[in-house]
Ligand binder design. Structure first.
Ligand SMILES: [Zn+2]
Length: 369
């Protein structure tokens, strides 16, 4: 399990030698161990040119002999030359990929923590609430509030009030509503207390309507704003179900964050200030060390040129280098080279699966200045 503090330490590590960063999707519901090992071997093969053989072996050894195939994703960072090794088993799937740079490639981990770190799920009904704290989709704490019993109406809510009046319980239904509201108010206080004590970043409500909406209205404004979605459940949902359904809610949160980032890039690039769109401009910005966040489509690759003496990247062959008059060599993937450059400059990488505004160009960036 990884926490924010660990991520910060990892992000600060730098080495003179290349660091091999490997992410492997190991979701057992989708492929077999053998298939994942095969995809790992293919990825490592692609990294052979840049990574050291010791690191490639270390990663292979880890997956073949040490790792127990638990979790849904794994992140491994290796730099034998600097005696550096970290492996994290993640309860949430990650996209597979290999990166070689003089810093560990931590952006996917950072995005994972940003979305899935410490969130609360409050399951509410008319008689009480159950609150669970998750970290990266793993339940780490639970508490509950049991309120006063709300007896069921014998005739159901649809029956006319007349029958009840004849039955001699004129305010039975209203009384039950009062009990339920009292329970909900107490449940809201319990959730508020839980919030202060455990400081999750996001809250998901679970239950049936209209109870969930009533409960939401009883929460303080700050807590209402932390709600990122609701899950419709009747009762007695297992922790496993709650986990899966809350992960779906958070996946949507992540997609929305990515989409907002792409829109920010496009807007900044259109204004000609603070953003670039397309390979050419983005490579120039990368060379100047100006990229704060590189935004790239998952499968975007583009051949390009690299100055053999200063490393300047270009989409088209400029003949001689405008910076050092050096010669250019063709490289198979200028986009990947830009990723490496941005990682080494301490920038962030955001890999986006698809977005209508990014699809035609494949790559863009938000700039530091
Ligand atoms: Zn040059």
């Amino acid at each position: 399990m990884i926490y924010e503090t660990e991520l910060r330490t990892l992000a600060q590590f730098q080495a003179e030698a290349p660091i091999l960063s490997v992410y492997l999707d190991v979701d057992p519901t989708r492929h077999t161990t053998e298939e994942y090992l095969l995809s790992l071997r293919n990825m490592l093969k692609q990294a052979e040119k840049e990574a050291s053989p010791e690191d490639i072996h270390a990663v292979q050894r880890y997956f073949e002999h040490e790792y127990d195939w638990s979790g849904r994703g794994v992140a491994v960072f290796s730099c034998r030359a600097a005696d550096f090794w970290r492996a994290y088993v993640l309860p949430i799937p990650v996209a597979s990929g290999v990166t070689v740079a003089r810093r560990p490639y931590v952006s996917p981990l950072a995005a994972l923590l940003d979305t899935y770190e410490r969130y609360g799920v409050a399951v509410v009904n008319r008689e009480g609430a159950r609150i669970l704290l998750f970290h990266l989709g793993e339940p780490i704490y639970e508490e509950s509030f049991d309120g006063e019993e709300v007896r069921k109406l014998k005739r159901g809510r649809g029956s006319s009030g007349g029958a009840e009046r004849r039955g001699g319980a004129p305010s039975g239904s209203r009384h039950m509503e009062e009990v339920a509201m009292r329970n909900l108010r107490q449940a809201a206080r319990t959730v508020e207390q839980f919030w202060r004590q455990h400081t999750p970043r996001r809250l998901i409500l679970a239950g049936a309507e209209p109870t969930v909406s009533q409960f939401r209205d009883l929460l303080p404004k700050a807590l209402q704003e932390a709600i990122v979605g609701t899950i419709s459940v009747d009762s007695g949902e297992s922790v496993r179900d709650l986990r899966e359904r809350s992960l779906q809610v958070l996946r949507r949160v992540e997609e929305e964050r990515e989409a907002a980032l792409v829109e920010e890039v496009v807007t900044a690039a259109a204004k000609g200030r603070g953003g670039t769109l397309g390979l050419d401009e983005t490579l120039s910005a990368a060379h100047e060390g100006r990229i704060r966040t590189l935004v790239i489509l998952r499968n975007f690759h583009a051949p390009g040129y690299r100055c053999t003496s200063c490393g300047y990247l270009a989409a088209q062959n400029p003949g001689t280098c405008p910076f050092c008059a050096g010669a250019f060599a063709e490289i198979p993937d200028a986009a990947e080279a830009a990723v490496t450059r941005v990682i080494e400059d301490g920038g962030e990488i955001e890999v986006v699966d698809h977005h209508p505004l990014l699809n035609p160009v494949g790559i863009g960036a938000l700039l530091r200045y």
